[in-house]
Write a protein of this length. Sequence first.
Length: 169
Amino acid sequence: MSKVKHQVSSGGVIFRRHDAKVEIGLIALRGGRIWALPKGRLEEGESLEQAACREVMEETGLIGEVLQRIGEISYWFYAKEEGVKIHKTVHFYLIRHLQGETSNESWEVDEARWWPLDEALKVLTYRSERETVEQGAEMIRALGAMPQVDSPQPPSSPDQVSQGSAPQA
């Protein structure tokens, strides 16, 4: 029977308004094959909120303030080097961008970049993180920080339907 370890991490959905759109800060891992939310383990004596802001800053170069708790996700993985199963819980917070530009200085990530909200939802690798961003977007709307978007107009001709891109799953 394998040993089991429990890990607690914290991360953030950092957002800003840019050109009348909401953008989300994401990180690329494993040579850009994975796009994810910034997150990491707590340091000694650190609160979940402090860890979320620190991890966002370390992995993206962005400084922000926690507005609200979004929720948590849990998952299991196997750490070969330790020979243990790990049950990880990650607490996520909605973080408003205050200053800083995305930076690729962290050895932990391949790239940090702002993505328009709709594109962020398409590029995020993990379903649980897409759901976390969707929850964050609802909170942003409730706070009144989400720009108003006109509802899409139906195509006026069949030609316009074929010119549009297919919806992403």
